[in-house]
Write a protein that binds this ligand. Structure first.
Ligand SMILES: C[S@@+](CC[C@H](N)C(=O)[O-])C[C@H]1O[C@@H](n2cnc3c(N)ncnc32)[C@H](O)[C@@H]1O
Length: 210
């Protein structure tokens, strides 16, 4: 399985349009959490099975992983979980993507691909234009969670998000996770690896203030 996919490849210009909430979920009125770069979706399967008062949407650019995850969700008849394949930027810049963002309570970017070389920074998922798309459509009070084990990537994501004046940092020390999309503090696959290997985790939460 290829680990790194170039999101700027023209293969991803055509997008899978996100269905409407009613097409994706058993109850379209539940709080909606969006996980960007969800890989095989194991984290979301854990969340969806326990937190039945939330709907979860995963976007992932590796098609095979999304096909398998979709099949698994259908076989298990999970009604609060859906996966979409493609470059998150293109999917959420679409008309239907923007409608979905208007209904989102929170978004997570867990351990995004770091793209270490400077000439590859433009492949990183968090980009100023992408944050602008989110900022234009996210409701006031919605949250963005970022997590990574790469300090340079953390600094880059943090400054990119904060350069958009609509987002403010929340002090995560006092954050009440019990009311969030992840009250049980489940860990993603990468996070489990990082914890086992005792690597640092850099994380921050932002709120859409205006
Ligand atoms: C390092 S993995 C982390 C996976 C998972 N979030 C975790 O914490 O275990 C990053 C994931 O983001 C996906 N990805 C990278 N760029 C993306 C993009 N522009 N849109 C959607 N997914 C993307 C990759 O294919 C990969 O599965």
């Amino acid at each position: 399985m290829r680990q790194h996919v170039n999101p700027l490849s023209k293969n991803f210009n055509e997008i899978e349009r996100i269905p409407s909430l009613i097409e994706m979920y058993g109850n379209p009125d539940l709080n909606l959490h969006l996980d960007i770069g969800c890989a095989a979706g194991e984290f979301l399967f854990n969340l969806a099975s326990v937190n039945t008062s939330w709907n979860y949407l995963g976007i992932e650019i590796r098609e095979k992983l999304v096909k398998t995850a979709k099949l698994k969700a259908r076989e298990k008849e999970i009604k609060n979980l859906y996966f979409v394949f493609g470059n998150a930027h293109n999917i959420l810049n679409d008309v239907q993507g923007k409608i979905i963002i208007q209904n989102v309570k929170s978004i997570s970017f867990n351990f995004p691909d770091p793209w270490f070389k400077k000439r590859h920074y433009k492949r990183r998922v968090i980009q100023p234009e992408f944050i602008k798309i989110l900022s234009n459509s996210l409701p006031k009070g919605s949250l963005i969670f970022i997590k990574t084990d790469v300090k340079d990537l953390f600094d880059y994501m943090n400054s990119t998000i904060l350069s958009n004046f609509n987002f403010k940092t929340i002090n995560n020390q006092y954050f009440n996770y019990s009311e969030s999309f992840n009250p049980n503090k489940f860990r993603t696959n990468r996070e489990k690896y990082v914890c086992v290997n005792q690597l640092d985790i850099f994380e921050r939460i932002y709120i859409k203030a205006d």
